[in-house]
Design a protein around this ligand. Sequence first.
Ligand code: MV4
Length: 595
Amino acid sequence: MFSKVLIANRGEIAVRVIRACEELGVASVAVYSELDRDAIHVQRADEAYLIGPGPAAESYLVIEKILEVAKECGADAIHPGYGFLAENAAFAAACAEAGITFIGPPASAIEAMGSKTAARELMQKAGVPIVPGTTEPVADVAAARKIIEKTIGFPVAVKAAGGGGGKGFRVALTDDELEAAFEGAAREGEKFFSDATVYLERYLPDPRHVEVQVLADTHGNVIHLGERDCSVQRRHQKLIEESPAPAVDAELRAKIGKIATDAAAAVDYVGAGTIEGLLQDGEYYFLEMNTRVQVEHCVTEMTTGIDIVKEGMRAAAGEPLSVTQDDVVLRGHAIECRINAEDASRNFAPAPGKIGVYREPSGPGVRVDSGVGPGGEVSPMYDPMVAKLIVWDVDRASATARMLRALSEYEIGELKTLIPFHTALLATEQWANAETCRDLVEDKKWLKTLAFPAPAPSDEDEETAAKLEQAYTVEVSGRRFDVTVIGPPYGGGVAASNGAAPAAARKPRRERKSGGGGAGGDTLPSPMQGNMWKVLVKQGDTVAEGQLLCIIEAMKMENEITAHKAGTIAELPIAEGAAIGAGDPIATITSPPAE
Ligand code: MV4
């Protein structure tokens, strides 16, 4: 085993790795930016080094700086966590060159899985089922049309080759939508991965996102730890994960487990990795491999009892895995809720800020992996995920009840988080029935009102209060829900844990709709803070409800903004390239005169 490990990350995952180091008797070294001087990962590590100013591009992403610290402090290995440098083949190679072990797979495996088209080709050759489609880049819309006519058919998914995790992912239900989908995917690919190459897949209308955890060592052992279901996503950000997957039985588990270990073996994988795939009608299709430890690894740790981070370290140190496939026994059910500093009632707008009261839940079967504490601060500069709440219980229904209990215990003052959202979602019938949450084709399938308690408006926050009285739409797993806030049905615990006043002390909700600014008004407020990327209509245009108006770039994602009503564009105040605040008017649409 190593004697000293540098953790090239921050937040909860840095703390997670530090804990593993401690248990293995390995010294831990934190690195931090100027913004993270008081962060928990800095306090928890045995040593800590400042590596630069706040922006990750000047700190957590600077390979030379991190290697310099590693050499200076005598670390024999670097753990990249997830994000930042975790799937950067050049970083893995630079570590090897510097004589420092990269805790992860060889650079060649990262590279092989990095290009999604190359990975699809490789997997097909290894006998791993892929979603039907192309394994070669598709040159242009005309070429795409030919391939679709001949083989794939509509609906089709257009994906960026450099992508992954949903970046550069577009759907064309019909030929009419193909050009926009193709160009959207290419544009996003160019922007995020400097690669406009796209490929095509048959679009599966209602799949489940099921992924398999694998572990591999340098002695030829490749095992799987069962699967996770991560179907509850919003704009490709996972929000809730669970293990085992409700739609997977022992027989299917053995089948997809074999698919996953075959996939890992095909790239000579070492360490902890995940095969992501889609499950539809009992068929499993490889999507991509994540060559790192994932955010949601914890649910698998809870159901298997195996410490995935420690096993990854063992493998990197050249030791054999401490378990064999036969040792892996799944027990009970685990659920993870991502606690993001986001305001679900404002289209999941980032809600960074300083934390007031902070009390984590505890009790039987509860685990909290967090990167913050009392008096901590969530910076808009980094990922809004501040903690993960994980519970275990004997079965899915019990685990759900336990999660609701733990969510109600969680107190995070003065910060808007997803706690009320999770509380509402886990109480729905859809969750209880483990239904899939998406069906882009058949729009009316189960449009439902998902009500969740909004934070009580405070006196000094009249602006927010006004907005909270609107009806709004949230999107979960690509599915739109019309949301109406119908009072505080979940009691004082939840309200208090959101930093708001207890339910009993709340002011009565004002009447909905107050004229021009209300849901039925002419002005469309921006659901998020960001930058105007593209404006697709102009003043005087007549638009239909739901028509694409503009694209706002926020959180490195393109967000398509559609008309909230039919009418004429009267005002369009924001120019391409300009910054937008959440709530800023994007467009004013006046109604056609009544007949
Ligand atoms: C798909 C798909 C349907 N057909 N690919 C890609 C990234 C990941 N976030 C989910 N992705 C999807 N890829 C094809 N060919 C649907 C999704 C998808 C999804 C799948 C299962 C459960 C929830 C989902 C939410 C959004 C997108």
